[in-house]
Design a protein around this ligand. Structure first.
Ligand SMILES: [Zn+2]
Length: 433
């Protein structure tokens, strides 16, 4: 047993009883509370205000401490393909086309090497759980899922992995759809996923998908409305389908970018439907900022943007939070045709989310975006907060306040794993050669 003393923990991630320990001014500017965290083995056994717990301790000197990050939306099978399949226009349409061509390189060895590197990065940055969408097209699913299952076993006890089968919507609605969906769940998919698009058959497609998922006892995790066309309303249609079908399992919608360009009244109606349907939202701000508002082509112009982007591409951060709808932020793609950069660093996602979404007015809610809420989306009960019985995987930042934390995001951080600090070397880029 050991006590980590003088840990400054975001108040939102502590037990309810700590909320009174933060006055109003502190709550707005530096919403965190000094406390002592007692750890026995790999679990937190108690959290208390300083001076209450007795026993051997390590003084953290008031540095900010977060629980391990939870990355609820990634693509391990696509990562690190940028060098061989770059997106010359850096736009959404070309990204999809690039991937179809890149699949000629996909072998078990190739996917394992890239996915393994991804998880090493995530672990070194302090992530303890990660959900990945996996290409479930019949062309590659037979090699993608076995690699995923191998990695899931290798990392068990360190990073909890979950998978979402990602494939075109028609895949589920064709005559073979039921058998395919069963196979994907048998292969290790925790939810069914797809990227619904506006079309005359959309409602029937969503009904079929929900009927399959209901029978299989799994939830849905969808890529929704990742574009700048306000008439794209798959989120709204998904919410209506959940209510119409009384779909009983969790539904998560990622992106929801076009929502932020709709008329305010339409937005309010959609948010009310999403809330009533219990849908949780995942924003992927770094990918949105990269892909959205690209203006390419025309006048013979090809290649990357030569116009200044004016739209940030994100969904309605503030309005979702005000509506009481669960919102998480996650990595999405890393160094592939959908996003050229990234390192599976959820702290980068956290800092970028605050800056892109201008979340200063609700700083106290922000740590939950990358910890507690994604843990609830993944239905994980052992991580996401700093409370007794949770995993004692903690991140100690070289900062004593939120302002210091957000001002020096590259500062080193230390990782606690149970009763000790753990080393966490980032893998060398040459491992990908
Ligand atoms: Zn995605």
């Amino acid at each position: 047993m050991i006590i980590y003393r003088n840990a400054k923990v975001p108040v939102a991630l502590l037990p309810e009883s700590f909320s009174g320990a933060c006055n109003r001014e502190a709550f707005l500017l530096d919403p965190a509370v000094l406390c002592d965290i007692e750890v026995s083995g790999d679990r937190i056994s108690e959290v208390a205000l300083p001076g209450v717990l007795e026993g051997q301790g390590v003084d953290l000197d008031g540095q900010l401490v977060f629980p391990g990050f939870v990355d609820s939306h990634t693509h391990l099978d696509k990562a690190y393909t940028w060098n061989r399949s770059p997106n010359s226009n850096c736009d959404f349409d070309e990204a999809g086309q690039r991937f179809e061509k890149d699949k000629v390189f996909w072998s078990e060895e190739d996917i394992y090497s890239r996915a393994s590197f991804s998880i090493k990065c995530a672990w070194a940055h302090g992530t303890v759980a990660l959900r990945t969408h996996l290409d479930a097209s019949s062309q590659v699913s037979d090699i993608v899922f076995p690699v995923y299952n191998r990695l899931k076993a290798e990392w068990a006890g360190r990073i909890t992995l979950q998978a979402v089968a990602l494939t075109r919507t028609e895949f589920y609605t064709e005559s073979e759809g039921r058998r395919r969906a069963e196979q994907l769940v048998e292969m290790g998919s925790d939810c069914l996923g797809t990227m619904p698009t506006m079309n005359p058959d959309l409602d029937r497609q969503l009904d079929t998908l929900m009927s399959l998922a209901k029978d299989l006892g799994v939830g849905l995790d969808l890529h929704v409305d990742e574009n700048n066309d306000p008439s794209t309303e798959c989120l709204r249609r998904t919410a209506k389908a959940v209510l119409r079908n009384e779909f009983p399992h969790p539904v998560t919608c990622g992106h929801c970018s076009s929502l932020s360009l709709q008329e305010p009244e339409r937005q309010r109606e959609t948010l009310a439907l999403v809330k009533a349907a219990g849908i949780k939202i995942i924003s992927l701000p770094m990918c949105n900022l990269f892909l959205q508002d690209r203006k390419t082509g025309g006048n013979g112009v090809t290649g990357p943007t030569t116009f200044t982007p004016l739209w940030r591409g994100i969904t309605l951060f503030h309005e979702l939070m005000d509506s009481g709808i669960s919102l998480a932020c996650a990595s999405d793609n890393v160094r592939d045709a959908f996003f050229a950069y990234g390192d599976y660093d959820m702290f980068e996602v956290y800092v970028q989310s605050i800056r892109i979404g201008q979340l200063e007015s609700r700083l106290a809610n922000t740590p939950s975006l990358v910890t507690q809420i994604p843990a609830s989306i993944m239905n994980l009960r052992d991580c996401g907060t700093v409370e007794s019985r949770k995993r004692a995987d903690l991140i100690v930042f070289s900062a004593r306040s939120f302002n210091e934390l957000l001002s020096r995001p590259y500062a080193p951080r230390r990782l606690i794993s149970g009763e000790d600090f753990r080393r966490a070397e980032l893998p060398d880029f040459s491992e990908l050669d």
